[in-house]
Write a protein that binds this ligand. Structure first.
Ligand code: NAD
Length: 495
């Protein structure tokens, strides 16, 4: 963990205008109007970020393709790629304080969480995939005599990656680790409102020995750079984490261009389900509070719906509201605060509007929901707990991506399961019970990509993260993520 003195030595450091990193060269000017980067901590102007356009994306893709074709990375011996990725992880770790504080100034996440989840988890992810480089084997098919059927695993070529603002280093590493381990070249677009630490992390890749041209960063707006990437004729695979609306557009653009494979990691409305036989009610209360309110609810797998068995409902909801009220919300760079800033004025407005609508629809505000510290110029919000949320309500069905918890009561296991599956999303969920049979029935019945039992949210890089239904396709993390970045080629040899 970082101490306050280290944080304070970094929190006011000058931030130079930032931008593209193509073929190993920086360009902080770009094309068109630069993006003014506002810190959610106090609303101050942090720096500017270069925008791009379709021509610039084409240039980055051409550079990436040339690097792929000449084999400077794609044909480097796997042990060589592994050494570079390990050195990169070392540099991310060595620069963790700088990366974490820069990221927090950009996106508002509380520093303790940012330190662990951003450089900490990014370094661990890069190490995990460094070890994959020399462990990807082809296969021999079970053919009749006289035939050798070989299945080669080849890198796809040029991978495009589009990243959201909530955890840019962690999610960036989830894409970059396996894509580079397999020998691909990459064009990555950081989120325009939280690009700075990811650009720096990509610079460190070059310091670690990644050849120029293999990893290219194109900064800019979604409607300029992101749109051009999804329409690119030169990107073979596009991996995306972000909202469902943009994910839909990316898929449509892929179909309208070169039919690039697209893998989408989208939003959620995950149900955290507490049965009356939960083994530890205090842990269940603490779990429910952190499941939704850590990082101001700006977590894709947030337990944003709390389903509580009717017999314990009132007592449990009162305890969750009390737990939420105890959270210290404030400057994300002050050690001891539990939750930092909401990411932007726009996100804060969206949160407050969702809460107002929940009240109009008949939800009971059990506590919280006010804007905080407005005089700081930053964007802060009290965690809000809303009970009596029905499956027809907006708050039940739609992701807010803010600190607003929807609570619904259920009578029995069958109703809990029905409610948990009654949204278009299927990303994560939680079950608190001491009945092993019930836990397994819920795991089997819940339509989600991740289920936590008697805990919430502690999943590491060894297990896949991905959604079902409208939460996406494909998986980040684990060895399964590697499949997105390879093509299978069959060689059928008559002996
Ligand atoms: P967003 O969809 O607004 O933006 C994500 C990225 O897409 C940004 O880089 C943005 O510039 C880019 N983009 C915007 N318009 C584009 C376009 N027309 N074409 C191509 N790219 C475009 O999402 P966000 O607000 O940054 O992130 C929040 C969302 O991400 C939430 O819905 C959250 O649940 C989701 N998320 C999902 C996961 C997961 O693993 N499933 C993880 C984190 C966040």
């Amino acid at each position: 963990m970082l101490d306050q003195a280290t944080i304070d030595s970094l929190r006011h450091a000058d931030v130079a205008p930032a931008g593209h990193l193509i073929d190993g060269k920086r360009d902080a000017v770009g094309v068109g109007d630069p993006i003014e980067v506002i810190s959610p901590i106090d609303g101050s102007h942090l720096t500017s970020l270069a925008d791009g356009d379709a021509a610039l994306v084409d240039h980055a893709v051409t550079v990436a393709r040339a690097a792929f074709d000449d084999g400077r990375w794609s044909k480097m011996p796997p042990a060589g790629r592994k050494a570079v990725l390990h050195r990169w992880a070392d540099l991310v770790q060595a620069n963790a304080a700088e990366l974490a504080v820069l990221g927090v100034r950009d996106n508002g996440t509380e520093i303790g969480m940012a330190f662990r989840a951003e450089p900490g988890s990014a370094a661990a992810t890069l190490r995990y995939y460094a070890e994959v480089c020399d462990k990807i084997y082809g296969e021999i098919a079970p053919t009749p005599d006289g035939i050798l059927g070989m299945i080669h695993k080849e890198p796809v070529g040029v991978v495009g990656a589009i990243i959201p603002w909530n955890f840019p280093l962690m999610i960036g590493a989830w894409k970059l680790g396996p894509a580079l381990a397999c020998g691909n070249s990459v064009v990555i677009k950081p989120p325009e409102s939280a690009a700075l630490s990811l650009i720096r992390m990509c610079e460190l890749a070059h310091e670690a020995g990644l050849p120029p041209g293999v990893l290219n960063v194109v900064t800019g707006r979604g409607e300029t750079v992101g749109e051009a990437m999804s329409l690119s004729m030169g990107i073979d695979v596009l991996v995306f984490t972000g909202s469902g609306a943009v994910g839909r557009r990316i898929m449509a653009n892929a179909a309208a261009s070169n039919l690039k494979r697209t893998y989408l990691e989208l939003g959620g409305k995950s149900a955290n389900i507490v049965f009356a036989d939960s083994p530890d009610m205090d842990a269940a209360v603490a779990g429910a509070v952190s499941a939704i309110f850590r990082n101001s609810g700006q977590v894709c797998v947030a337990g944003s719906r709390l389903l509580v068995e009717a017999s314990i409902h009132d007592e449990f909801v009162a305890a969750v509201a009390a737990g939420a009220a105890k959270l210290k919300i404030g400057d994300p760079l002050t050690v001891g605060n539990d939750v930092g800033a909401v990411h932007s004025q726009g996100q804060l407005d969206k949160n407050l509007a969702a809460l107002a609508r929940a009240g109009e629809e008949g939800g009971r505000i059990e506590g919280g929901g006010a804007r905080l510290h407005a005089d700081s110029g930053g964007f802060y919000m009290e965690p809000a707990v809303v009970s009596g949320v029905a499956p027809t309500h907006d708050l039940f069905r739609n992701e807010v991506f803010g600190p607003v918890l929807a609570v619904t009561s259920f009578a029995d296991e069958a109703e809990a399961l029905r409610l948990s599956n009654a949204t278009d999303y299927g990303l994560a969920g939680g079950v608190w019970t001491s009945d092993l049979g019930r836990a397994h029935r819920m795991i089997g019945g819940m339509k989600t990509g991740v289920i936590n039992v008697n805990g919430y949210g502690a999943v590491d890089v060894t297990a896949p993260l991905g959604g079902v239904k409208q939460s996406g396709n494909g998986h980040d993390k684990s060895l399964h993520a590697v499949d997105k970045y390879i093509d299978l080629k069959t060689a059928w040899i008559q002996l």
